[in-house]
Design a protein. Sequence first.
Length: 463
Amino acid sequence: MTDAPADPTAPEKLSVINPATEELVALVPAATRDEVDAAVTRATAAQRAWAAAAPADRARLLRRFAAVVDDHIEELALLEVREAGHTLGNARWEAGNVRDLLDFAGGGVERLSGRQIPVPGGLDVTFLEPLGVIGVIAPWNFPMPIAAWALAPALAAGNAVLLKPAETTPLTALRLAELALEAGIPEHLFQVLPGEGPVAGDALVEHPGVAKIVFTGSTRVGKQIMAKCADRVKRVTLELGGKSPNIVFADADLERAAAAAPMAFLDNTGQDCCARTRILVQRSVYDRFLELLTPAVESVVVGDPLDPATQMGPLISAAQRDRVRSYVTDDLTAIRGTAPEGPGFWYPPTLVTGVAPTAPVAVEEVFGPVAVLLPFEDEADAVRLANATEYGLSGSIWTCDVGRAVRVSRAVAAGNLSVNSHSSVRYWTPFGGYKQSGLGRELGPDALTAFTETKNVFISTED
């Protein structure tokens, strides 16, 4: 999405390309502004009936939707491999995560309760009411699960959802919409609108009938969306960029930390806002850690996403590959793994050493399989380096000192931290960023309330 006017000559079809082979997978019709407007009208009518349905009925349908997704895990996973280049194991997890999110949200429908507040002269109660129509603009790096982060709780809270998938990865979203109908989700309640950002995306953001926008993507585009929503006093949830630290102290289990570090920045080919792309190592163990980390990076298996042995697949596009290449210039010292030759958007696992903490590759989001290794002196220096970025999404801390783990966790400005692990996302727990990594929280026990309005009602008991 850009600030430029929508292009009236937007393409009628979106080309879906297999990143591993560069072969055309599908041509998908691109939604126009008029089609978005019509979809909002349909969704508004469907939402009113859905919100009026008994909570138990909404919950049952969401659980049925989850069951239908479960029956199609393999189909959805193979579709994700073809359009996004994800390894088959990752794609199966992603489809399963959609199922789990729907189940979790379904369990929250009947627990979405307000409060009774003590007041003089009467009874005061609050109600959590649905917002209406929710616009979800999903990214290409995790097309299925991130769409479901908003889809599941928004539906559970009584809203309708209009999902605009990324231009390069619309296929799993379209299939999920078909499965929703198969499960009995009312027609028009969940609609998918493939299209370009300046056309379909802007139409959702600007439409007065859309009550909230949930966007996952770059900080640059997130700011543009936030500005447009501000003009309309429209709610937003933004999950944006990241440059997450992986802090390794001298007292950590170095073998375990080094073994875990490669996939912390190479999973999904580094196309992950939570990727631990800044590996900060205490200087006294820096050489030993590098000695352990080098073979771990070099041995990562890159190749056919359908091969069970593959650990890392291709980048999403040639443009993304060129962007990643631009950060690893010839003057940098880099440890590299291997990647296939020939068709496909391949780039090898890459660890950059010997750069300044302020180098572009060390502070900007590369969004590819590239990390930097930086030394630090002590705990205060580690915190300073960890926070020396405009982002604050995620991060890891490796130490055997529980007190240090707590102190550093409280000092690092990030929304999601793990100690002696690289976990960032669980559907049971809140997820979101500090600083320019985003606004608002998704997932966790309060996910449904993010899609509601609080209404306060006072009932006088005085004569």
